[in-house]
Write a protein that binds this ligand. Structure first.
Ligand code: FES
Length: 114
């Protein structure tokens, strides 16, 4: 009866709003009703993460990418963009989906209704 369910939240009204964030760099911090999210672009597409470094819970504002990693600006820890893993821990990663040209972000929640 109880179980995990993916709940979807609106993030952008159009895909071009998302694309515009990446005009000059490959990372962006975005605030929405979902909260503050780190968005990253690489060759496989867009990725969304909780804006908290797994090392000391500091925000990832000012992070950058190297190879296929996010680099935290505080102590330069690297976290894999595809999995969020690095240094024996991980950054929470969220799913993105494109629905009717809008962009939504998914978060797992506990639910009594499946
Ligand atoms: S707070 Fe991010 S590496 Fe230390």
């Amino acid at each position: 009866m109880f179980g995990m369910k993916l709940k979807w939240y609106p993030l952008f009204e159009s895909e071009s709003e998302l694309e515009n964030l990446f005009a000059v760099k490959k990372t962006a911090i975005h605030k929405s009703i979902f909260g503050e999210v780190l968005l990253v672009k690489n060759d496989s597409g867009y990725h969304a993460f909780k804006n908290k470094c797994a090392h000391q819970n500091k925000p990832l504002n000012g992070c950058w990418t190297e190879d296929n990693s996010i680099v935290c600006p505080f102590h330069k820890y690297h976290f894999d963009i595809d999995s969020g893993q690095g240094h024996g821990t991980y950054i929470d990663k969220y799913e993105l989906r494109f629905v009717d040209a809008k962009v939504e972000i998914g978060k797992e929640i506990w639910s009594v209704f499946n």
